[in-house]
Design a protein around this ligand. Structure first.
Ligand code: GLY
Length: 403
């Protein structure tokens, strides 16, 4: 039956409100809407966040670390989903995501680096992962622009890349296509109703947005939404990364055929060559609170280390320098699913793996939102593994907004 002509329509309260429009919030909203949940998302600039800075390596194998076997399982699950995920998103939106199945070469420049890489290789083998040890000469045969001093390396054909900016834009389009309602404003405060249940947020312009369930997906800002009870406040902290973008000439063939990375004097450096000629060089890792200044020292260190790997990069135009904030968590793994507060779920703390974990995060969160439970693969990442730890640096005070 249609409404009488002068009755104002009350917009339907959404089933889900996602706070944060980075790639993690977007994929959560998209997958929730695809499952038939009325979904809204609040963020002043959907598609922004750390994805604007990230290089987009899908590096489950080359970024393996001791003690992170549980995270490895989730990383691998997400890497396996990438081909179908990228194809679905590209077909739905008609956009090129810059998804490139090019593989990665991790190289060593001196004896210490080589020992480190040998350890990584052994750990990869114990974990059943595919990687091949190459001599320096074999590395240079694959990548002729590598420095003559490269002493050896690991060829990992399964670690790929995607362009996170294109991914974010495609996810915004996919959300719009699925009927996600965007509120382009900061969320300021979580509202908690009777019976201790999250009921929505109040935005910076004073609007109350209600929803059946609220997903906090604010990246490094996730711990700053006021109104979230301390016991369920996500223990995420900002870990700064400075990243450079250079432009490769196309005239003489590609400078690099695949992602090249190394640990140089203890610092990670990677060079990610895109098909469109962009070369992304990253990244510093700095615990400096909310600071996103691009520093001379950061740029110098990245160029110095990248130049040691691929001397020819100093000829290239430097087209962009940026810093972003990774959402670090106490165990470097994400926080996914229901919290101790009814109606409040988390999708945050992805730290170095936000781009890689995007497909699996969407699936895990959609499952949690529709069933109230985490699927098997998501269970180790329950936010309940932490008691709620407000581990945020105190300075400086952010503007009014929180997430
Ligand atoms: N995963 C690369 C980085 O966080 O720098």
């Amino acid at each position: 039956m249609s409404s009488p002509p002068h009755t104002p329509r009350t917009p339907r309260t959404p089933d889900v409100l996602v706070v944060g429009g980075g790639i993690v919030g977007l994929v959560t909203a998209w997958r929730a809407a695809q499952r038939g949940l009325a979904t809204a998302l609040v963020d002043p600039e959907p598609g922004g966040g750390a994805a604007r800075v990230a290089a987009g390596m899908l590096a489950a194998v080359t970024e393996l670390h001791y003690g992170e076997e549980t995270l490895l399982a989730l990383n691998l699950a997400s890497a396996r989903r990438y081909p179908a995920f990228a194809a679905e998103l590209a077909e739905l939106t008609g956009r090129d995501l810059g998804y490139r199945r090019c593989g990665t070469l991790a190289v060593a420049l001196d004896a210490d680096d080589r020992a480190h890489l040998r350890d990584l290789h052994a750990l990869q083998q114990r974990s059943g992962l595919e990687s091949e040890w190459l001599s320096g000469r074999e590395c240079r045969r694959l990548e002729p622009m590598l420095a003559p001093g490269v002493r050896g390396g690991l060829r990992v054909d399964g670690d790929h890349q995607i362009d996170p900016r294109r991914l974010a834009r495609a996810l915004v389009a996919a959300c719009a296509h699925a009927g996600v309602v965007f509120h382009r404003v900061w969320a300021e405060r979580l509202t908690v109703g009777r019976g201790d249940r999250a009921t929505g947020v109040v935005t910076a312009d004073g609007t109350a947005l209600e929803a059946g369930q609220v997903v906090l997906a604010g990246g490094s800002l996730s711990g700053r939404l006021t109104g979230v009870p301390e016991a369920v406040l996500p223990p995420v902290r900002p870990v700064k990364g400075q990243v450079l973008r250079l432009t490769m000439p196309r005239a003489h063939g590609p400078l690099l055929n695949r992602t090249v990375r190394a640990v140089v004097r203890g610092n990670h450096v990677y060079l990610v060559p895109r098909e469109n000629g962009e070369l992304v060089v990253g990244a510093t890792s700095e615990e400096l609170g909310w600071d996103t200044t691009v520093t001379a020292g950061g740029v110098y260190a990245l160029l110095r280390d990248a130049h040691e790997l691929v001397p020819g990069i100093t000829e290239l135009p430097l087209t962009e320098t940026r810093a972003g904030l990774r959402p670090g968590s106490p165990d470097n793994a994400p926080l996914l699913g229901p919290t101790g507060l009814d109606g409040l779920l988390l999708a945050t703390g992805h730290y170095r793996n936000g781009v890689l974990l995007t497909p699996v995060t969407g699936d895990v969160m959609a499952h949690a939102l529709t069933t109230g439970e985490l699927p098997e693969e998501g269970r180790p990442f329950t936010p309940r593994r932490f008691g709620g730890a407000p581990a945020l640096p105190p300075l400086p005070r952010l503007p009014e907004h929180s997430a």
